[in-house]
Design a protein around this ligand. Structure first.
Ligand code: SAH
Length: 552
């Protein structure tokens, strides 16, 4: 009787995540060969199998033993955690067989049974961090020279892959993860989301979301997989998520701009996704040829071309085969990316009045393809498709308009100083604006500024409120600006000298920019750090809601 090798990946370690075929294969085998811990993990599945237990470092002898027993006519289950083909036993088994001149027709049977690899099981516990192009890199230099591993980390970093690091650290091997972090920091922002998962779906499972900069402050060991986000990965409600497509929006200070979830689902933002995918990749049983579809006008040409345009920014690409007849004459074409430029416009810091000429210009620039949106923050948002941002912004600036990036940045919002008549404090707000407006922050932050104690523009309802009163400044910190439990900022100081206010505000906002966690709002940051520039956080009184008895 011919023996058989069943090379089995049993997944992360829990019974529910072992595939049906893997269970059957374990049960139909005569012998089980595997690392001690793994045999223990599948103990409940075993009936009478003979168990060959070996230690961690004896992988080659394990493979040799498995082949020997199969050649003696037995059904041998070789078990690996995760998938046997991912840093597992599958390749080693084939290497041993090949050395012996094995071939499929005459030799022992081989079946490789797939399992859920750590990249998948760990990702599922973090949210959806993989989603897009990703790679796995093992940091173990036992079998691969470190120079090569370094090169791969570098390449993956520069190509913006999501990266799953296997074997990140062991008792003796502690240097590699530090070097990996250093290499990746060359290409990715320090606050790039990183997920650490130890013992996924096993006892003592540990899941931690952190950032590229801070990841070494947490427990990373032999049983950890480290998942490093790409440049678009974001955190939402404690989950790490990588969007499926690449964003096509940018703002004044960034080439790529994070789209909010609801924006991402719009066709114009991801022409290659969702329903449009079908158009890009016509189904096979769709029996009209492309040419016929072109005649009918149903060919997915504009879409495909558009996607290529976006992807192949400034590159010469051959697109002739898929263009319509007229364009087909052009064999090669250079395409400029036309992404959507988005930014905020205001008439000034204190000045709240637009001129007719300015409005005309905004309308002209938006034209038919652009979008003009009015916001609750004394700003107009302008979105225009353009590959020449400077041309757009220069025209607006020349007309005296104030432009600012949007998204997670600092914004200074001021009152109109009674039509600029009460102008004593205007120089201070102008200076604050100059120093911090547009500064990239963990989450959007608004600095409200009122020129008198009336505070009619609601400065105290902003993340930071500044109110000018009797020649000095009152300071308010940490409003919760949205939600049912919204509350005003806490008064933290009265009568701050004029000369001091600008520096204080700059330090506060700068500190938040440096030390806030990704997506952490300013009031949460204040609550967490408890003290900012000597101003102490006080707990907000808890609201008790009474049952309202209506109509009785
Ligand atoms: N064949 C396995 C990988 C073996 S290499 C697979 O496909 O998953 C060993 C490495 O895998 C560990 O250092 C760790 O990085 C990762 N790993 C395996 N199982 C894991 C689990 N349950 N939780 C987290 N990481 C795991």
């Amino acid at each position: 009787m011919k023996g058989k090798l069943l090379v089995i990946g049993f997944g992360p370690g829990s019974f529910e995540h072992i595939t049906k075929r893997a269970r059957e294969a374990i049960q139909e085998s005569d012998v089980i060969i595997g690392y001690n811990t793994y045999v223990d993990l599948i103990r409940d599945l075993l009936i009478n199998q003979e168990i060959v237990r070996t230690g961690m470092t004896e992988e080659v002898s394990r493979a040799q033993e498995a082949v020997k027993q199969a050649e003696a006519g037995k059904k041998v289950a070789v078990i690996s955690s995760g998938d046997a083909g991912v840093y597992g036993m599958a390749g080693l088994i084939y290497e041993v067989l090949i050395e012996k001149g094995w071939n499929e027709t005459e030799g022992v049977g081989v079946e490789v049974i797939p399992g859920i690899s750590a990249i998948n099981s760990c990702a599922s516990l973090l949210g959806a961090p993989i989603m897009h192009d990703a790679c796995t890199i093992s940091l173990s230099d036992h079998l691969t020279p470190w120079e090569r591993i370094e090169k791969r980390i570098d390449a993956a970093g520069s190509a913006d892959f999501v990266i799953a690091l296997y074997n990140p650290r062991s008792g003796r091997r502690t240097r590699q993860i530090i070097e990996a972090q250093n290499i990746l920091l060359k290409y990715r922002a320090p606050n790039t989301p990183v997920g650490l998962v130890k013992s996924a779906y096993r006892d003592r499972e540990y899941v931690q979301i952190t950032t590229l900069e801070k990841m070494l402050e947490f427990d990373i060991g032999m049983l950890t997989t480290v998942i490093i986000g790409n440049s678009t990965t974001f955190l939402y409600d404690g989950k790490m998520i990588t969007p499926r497509g690449y964003q096509r929006k940018y703002t004044l200070d960034r080439n790529e701009q994070q789209l909010k979830p609801h924006e991402r689902l719009k066709k114009e933002n991801e022409p290659w996704s969702l329903t449009q995918e079908q158009a890009l990749y016509p189904s096979e049983n769709d029996n009209l040829s492309l040419e016929e579809k072109q005649k009918e006008g149903t060919a997915p040409l504009t879409l495909a071309t558009e996607a290529l345009r976006t992807l192949q920014q400034n590159q010469e690409i051959e697109i002739a085969p898929i263009l319509n007849k007229e364009d087909a004459k052009v064999e090669k074409a250079v395409f400029q990316q036309e992404s959507i430029l988005e930014f905020a416009i205001s008439s000034g810091i204190a000045n709240k009045k637009f001129t007719a000429k300015q409005m005309k210009l905004i309308a002209e620039i938006a034209d038919e393809k652009g979008e003009i949106e009015y916001t609750p923050h004394h700003q107009i948002l302008l979105r225009v498709p353009t590959s020449h941002p400077d041309r757009v912004t220069n025209r607006l600036k020349n007309e005296g308009l104030l432009l600012a990036p949007i998204g997670d940045v600092a914004q200074v919002k001021a009152c109109d100083f009674c039509d600029e008549e009460k102008d004593e404090s205007i120089p201070y707000v102008n200076e604050i604006h100059k120093r911090i407006d547009g500064l990239k922050t963990p989450k959007e932050i608004k600095i409200g500024f009122n020129g008198c104690a009336m505070a009619c523009y609601g400065a105290v309802k902003e993340d930071i409120g500044i109110v000018f009163r009797k020649g000095k400044f009152d300071l308010f910190l940490g409003a919760k600006t949205i939600g049912r439990t919204a509350h005003a900022a806490q008064p933290v100081a009265e009568g701050i000298e004029k000369e001091k206010i600008v520096d204080i505000i700059e330090r506060i906002v700068q500190g938040y920019a440096n030390d806030g966690f990704p997506n952490e709002r300013f009031h949460k940051y204040f609550k967490r750090v408890k003290e900012i520039e000597g101003f102490t956080y006080r707990d907000v009184p808890v609201l008790v809601t009474e049952q309202v008895i209506c109509g009785e």
